[in-house]
Design a protein around this ligand. Structure first.
Ligand code: AMP
Ligand code: MG
Length: 404
């Protein structure tokens, strides 16, 4: 058995960031910038008011209260048709451009408007620039807005929209094929025949890819014979940036995935010192990374989390490829025997009001018992030989939907 860190390094040493492409802002959320984004426009594009009120010449208000002549109204989206002269004011709405000659805004709450006589009483003196948002206060042409490596979120995309960009250069989203292998697998709702089981791995892996921001491709089921498996991998490698297969990588007589991948690519077969997810294969068909995940449903998910997800995130250009590891208080003992492996136990729990996580072990810890994995809020990392007593601290990897 090899340590998890060795398996991880082996994989990460053999994957590269995908090349840069131009992507419409509508498709760019979660992608990683490949090039700096430079602005070519001012934001705001013109000086405008931050408040509903009256545009004035600040000096006119020095002896407030004062009465000014109201010469018009400027709404957002319009431009003032005439300049403002001393002694005058214009009604102005939030976001509307400042009329020429005006240099301050008095908020409506500090005025008394007399529309009949086109007059306004200004109750307070305001300084130059009061409630005025200057042109370019947020962004100026030539500003580098975001550096390569930035993961595009809602705020970033809003900024890009604010400077009139409709596309952006990012690392390509990895297209990842998912293949199930096994003669026993059924993927339609018909009653099961003796020996058959339903294919669950494809659904979980396609969904995990989606949640990781990848573009999943369903490569279907390959049966336990060399021709079927070879065709599925060759076809998948031609259309995908990476392939995840599940099953056929352990010691069984019909585990042809090993045989086929050895003939198609440069593969390494590993027994990793972890439980679940001990068997694992990684290699390249041409330049396409192939992750041979174990068939047991929990194992394939844990293997994805620990080995495939970080590598695929690296391909997508992410600098941060791992989920954060946190410390948690175990509410109950975790018995375990020495087996040379690090255990990843499925646990439930979450943070208390101070933010400290508390966890309990879920029942059904077998690698075939997918329900506990589905219900898990985290994987607890239990090192070899360590008995955990109630109240002890353990490291956990949150994997569920609990939000802190
Ligand atoms: P294998 O590594 O092919 O021997 O598979 C290990 C275990 O996982 C066996 O019990 C398989 O039936 C099961 N298994 C393999 N592939 C899947 C799948 N796609 N969905 C659910 N169980 C699977
Ligand atoms: Mg099998």
């Amino acid at each position: 058995m090899i340590p998890l860190q060795d398996a991880r390094s082996y994989v990460l040493d053999r994957v590269d960031r995908l090349g840069a492409v131009s992507v419409a802002l509508t498709d760019a959320a979660g992608l990683v910038l490949s090039d700096p984004v430079v602005a070519h426009e001012l934001v705001p594009p013109f000086a405008n008011t931050a408040m509903d009120g009256f545009a004035v010449v600040a000096a006119d208000t020095a002896d407030a209260p004062v009465t000014l002549e109201v010469t018009g109204t400027v709404a957002a989206g319009a431009a003032a048709t005439r300049p403002l002269k001393p002694g005058q004011a214009m009604r102005i709405m939030t976001g509307a451009p400042m009329p020429e000659g005006a240099d301050a805004v008095v908020m409506v709450e500090r005025t008394c408007y007399d529309p009949e006589n086109s007059r306004v009483d200004v109750e307070v003196a305001v300084g130059e620039g009061n409630h005025v948002r200057g042109a370019g206060e947020d962004v100026k042409p030539g500003d580098e807005l975001f550096a390569p490596g930035t993961v595009l979120g809602a705020g970033h995309l809003g900024v890009l929209a604010s400077v009139g960009l409709s596309a952006v250069r990012v690392h390509r989203r990895p297209v990842v094929g998912v293949l199930s292998t096994g003669d026993e697998l059924v993927d339609d709702p018909r009653p099961l025949q003796p020996g058959e089981i339903r294919d669950s791995n494809r659904r979980t892996l396609l969904t995990m890819l989606d949640e990781s921001g990848m573009e999943p491709v369903d490569l279907g089921i390959a049966r336990d014979n060399e021709a079927d498996i070879a065709e599925a991998f060759t076809g998948g490698a031609a259309r995908c940036d990476a392939i995840l297969s599940s099953g056929g990588v352990s010691m069984g007589a019909f585990d042809y995935v090993k045989v086929v991948l050895d003939s198609l690519g440069d593969m390494r077969w590993m027994q990793i010192a972890i439980k679940p997810a001990k068997p694992f294969a990684f290699g390249l068909i041409g330049t396409t990374p192939v992750f041979g995940l174990p068939g047991n449903p929990v194992s394939s998910m844990v293997s994805y989390e620990l080995l495939a997800r970080p590598a695929l995130r690296r391909m997508a250009g992410h600098e941060c490829i791992d989920r954060p590891v946190r410390r948690a208080v175990s509410e109950e003992p975790f018995g375990r025997h020495d087996d040379g492996k690090t255990h990843f136990a499925r646990v439930t729990g979450g943070p208390d009001e101070t933010g400290r996580w508390h966890i309990r072990k879920l029942s059904g810890q077998g690698s075939h018992q997918l329900t506990a994995m589905a219900r898990a809020d985290a994987l607890a990392i239990i090192p070899d030989g360590t008995e955990i007593a109630a109240g002890d601290e353990v490291e956990i990897i949150p994997v569920g939907t609990v939000v802190e």
